[in-house]
Write a protein that binds this ligand. Structure first.
Ligand code: DI6
Ligand code: FE
Length: 409
């Protein structure tokens, strides 16, 4: 078992109820895949067999977690970007058969190899900024075979890049054209065939649903979540992105790990999230790209003590965003999160949104040794700078990712 001692570190541990849990002049011992010990430099003993990494005062955070992406897809939607700049809305483009459905056509036509080749650079980009855990949703296949193909590619990305990938089945993302006017029949297919088939292949860690006027109704969403629960799978929901259909409170009542987007979330429903310990995942990339005006109810989420996570929502339509650091900056600038909330939102609270908070998301003895060394001395720098990647070294499950490692001077 290999051991590594990080010395002279400024650790943002996230081991306390709020703030960074900052420890200066600290040391951290990694034993095998796990964090074995954290303490002050003057208490550290260097085991004879340990490698030493001198952080020289640099900041060390938990590995970043992007807890909401749709990064497996084929093609792009730059043409829609141009249409929106000429005045068309996201919902109008979707209504005329563009939007998600155009990505569905491209994704269905792509082979596994093509899908992997097109999706890998997106995951690599996120990983280069210190992402060690990535959630990836299906939802551009919308038939059994293509949804399974997407989830397979998601798993391949994890293996290829040495990331932890959580695979989310989002068969109820949009109504495929072949089911036009028959959305209940499509939900039957999702519940009775698609989800059980993907689950039988061991490809489903969680189940998500898009509850929105341009997607599925509250009742249809609830059916999908009930089916998922019958299979013993954790659930989550896209809710209140463009309108208030009550999807977030419904999903919270079903024990959802998270509800995501939430710009139109009503005050009454926030109490429901708090009561059920459901994480609010905010997605400033989609807000920015769609030039939304309605802000998520940040102050009320804080008042109710709802844990807040932040994610890229990386997708070809509403959020072609491949940087979690930029996402953190947007969460601060657009939504008014503090840098501490933004960093907690891509570490500990993102882990909670994936049901992984016992394994990852903070620097604590016993947790998986997923961590990032930054060319920065304070955590606020990560949210503050735009277009700067100060990632110096990345460790995932106790191993340095060689490609991202720069030796301490
Ligand atoms: N909400 C979103 O923002 C993405 N999916 C969803 O349910 C958009 C996906 C796309 O436009 O391709
Ligand atoms: Fe999304």
């Amino acid at each position: 078992m290999s051991r590594t001692l990080l010395t002279n570190a400024t650790l943002a541990c996230f081991d306390a109820a709020d703030g960074y849990g900052l420890r200066k002049n600290a040391a951290l011992l990694v034993d095998g895949e796990r964090i074995a010990w954290i303490g002050a430099m003057h208490e550290a003993e260097i085991p004879a067999d340990a490698g030493v990494y001198d952080c020289a005062g640099r900041l060390v955070t938990p590995g970043l977690i992007d807890c909401h992406t749709h990064l497996v897809y084929a093609g792009d939607r730059a043409d829609e970007f141009e249409q929106r700049l000429q005045g068309a809305s996201y919902a109008e483009i979707a209504a005329r058969g563009g939007g998600i459905v155009s990505t569905v056509n491209a994704t269905r036509a792509a082979s596994v190899e093509q899908l992997l080749e097109q999706s890998l650079p997106r995951a690599r980009q996120l990983a280069g900024e210190g992402v060690t855990t990535l959630e990836i949703k299906s939802g551009y296949g919308l038939d059994i075979e293509s949804e399974i193909k997407m989830l397979r590619v998601a798993a391949m990305i994890g293996a290829e890049l040495g990331l932890r990938v959580q695979k989310t089945f989002l068969g109820a993302h949009a109504l495929p054209p072949d089911y036009a006017g028959r959305s209940d029949d499509y939900i039957d297919l999702v519940c009775n065939e698609m989800l059980p088939a993907a689950h039988a292949e061991g490809l489903v860690d969680m189940v998500d649903v898009f509850i929105e006027s341009i997607a599925f109704s509250l009742q249809q969403g609830e059916r999908v979540l009930e089916c998922a629960k019958q299979l013993g799978l954790p659930v989550k929901a896209h809710a209140e992105q463009l309108s208030d259909l009550g999807g977030a409170a419904m999903a919270a009542r079903h024990g959802a790990l998270s509800v995501d987007h939430l710009e139109y979330l009503a005050e009454d429903d926030i109490a429901e999230l708090a009561r059920h310990g459901c994480v609010a995942v905010l997605l400033p990339g989609a807000f920015y790209v769609l030039r939304e005006q309605q802000l998520p109810p940040l102050e009320a989420l804080r008042e109710h003590g709802v844990p807040i996570a932040v994610a890229s929502d990386c997708n070809p339509g509403s959020s072609p965003l491949h940087s979690l650091l930029l996402t953190m900056n947007m969460a601060c600038t657009l939504f008014r999160l503090t840098p501490a909330e933004a960093l907690r939102g891509v570490t500990l609270n993102a882990a909670r949104a994936l049901g992984l908070e016992r394994q990852i998301g903070s620097l604590e003895a016993g947790k998986q040794a997923d961590l990032v060394v930054w060319d920065a001395d304070r955590p606020a720098l990560l949210s503050y700078r735009i277009g700067m990647n100060p990632c110096a070294a990345i460790m995932r499950a106790g191993r340095w990712r060689e490609s991202a490692r720069r030796e301490a001077a």
